[in-house]
Design a protein around this ligand. Structure first.
Ligand SMILES: *Cc1c(COP(=O)(O)O)cnc(C)c1O
Length: 271
């Protein structure tokens, strides 16, 4: 990635030791896959440190491991290391990947981040424990119907497009109050907080602050904000849950037919 939010990170997963210009046949093996257990350790320490700096209780911010596009074996290593909250960005991928893992680790909590198509609302309600991307009335209605049918009530975050970026998921700022009211009063959704994904390559703090004040105005206690490049800033601004992918699992593998790492949480969904 040529993203200055990701470059200067001493824990960056992409660093490889210089190989001294050896010919290919003498190059060391690329080495083992990233070790999620060691990275989990480092991340937990950084998270605790960020809490202390912000005068918050260490351990008070939930770390959600974003495992999208990564193979099951890598996820299993994080599970073995004790991680229990994971996020995927696509319903089908989660359906293919998670059933065997859930069977082995029944206390897993699976989060959905990234755009959610209305027609997949029912699958999202059955397959996930937390939904981070509720962002429009039609989706709220479909989720409410699926919850009524199945009796499952995953925690919901309303995603806010804090910079009003076109083509980005999230309810526009000026529509957020109305959507929140509708989610609660009309659809009775279990809304626990707000989520945002600040614009790429800019200071995320104003967006974190905006999300925090909006949540406070609505009496919502949870804030899903902060990723690999900015989770420490998010903790300073009040995040209760950070969504970290690359800093834990390394760069995401390329997928057929798509970019390796779509910033908005996957390809734009057709609604
Ligand atoms: C992929 C993704 C993340 C994780 O991003 P990293 O930069 O890998 O930490 C967090 N939130 C959302 C919504 C995502 O789509």
């Amino acid at each position: 990635m040529t993203d200055d939010r990701t470059a200067p990170d001493r824990n960056a997963p992409d660093c490889t030791a210089p190989d001294g210009g050896l010919p290919d046949s003498h190059r060391p093996d690329p080495g083992p896959a990233p070790d999620p257990a060691a990275r989990l350790d480092v991340l937990t320490r950084r998270l605790d440190e960020a809490c202390r700096r912000a005068g918050r209780e260490p351990g008070s911010v939930k770390l959600v491991a974003v495992s999208k596009y990564h193979p099951r074996e890598l996820v299993a290593a994080a599970l073995d290391a004790g991680q229990r909250d994971f996020a995927e960005s696509r319903v089908q991928e989660a359906r293919a990947k998670w059933p065997p893992l859930r069977a082995r680790y029944p206390d897993v909590r699976l989060h959905l981040v990234g755009a959610l198509q209305t027609k997949k609302a029912a699958a999202a309600v059955t397959g996930f424990d937390v939904l981070h991307s509720v962002d429009r009335p039609r989706l709220a209605a479909a989720l409410a119907a699926a919850m009524a049918r199945t009796g499952r009530r995953p925690d919901c975050f309303v995603q806010v497009n804090t910079a009003d970026e076109p083509h980005k998921s999230g309810v526009p700022l000026e529509a957020a109050d109305a959507l929140l009211k509708e989610c609660r009063d009309v659809y009775g959704l279990p809304v626990v907080g707000l989520m945002c994904l600040p614009p790429y390559g800019r200071d995320p703090r104003p967006h974190f602050r905006l999300l925090r004040s909006l949540a406070a105005a609505h009496g919502l206690s949870q804030l899903s904000m902060g990723m690999s490049a900015d989770f420490e800033a998010a903790v300073a601004e009040g995040a209760t849950l950070v969504r970290v992918g690359r800093a834990l699992f390394g760069p995401r593998p390329r997928r057929a037919g798509g970019p390796p790492d779509a910033r908005a949480g996957g390809p734009p969904a057709t609604r």
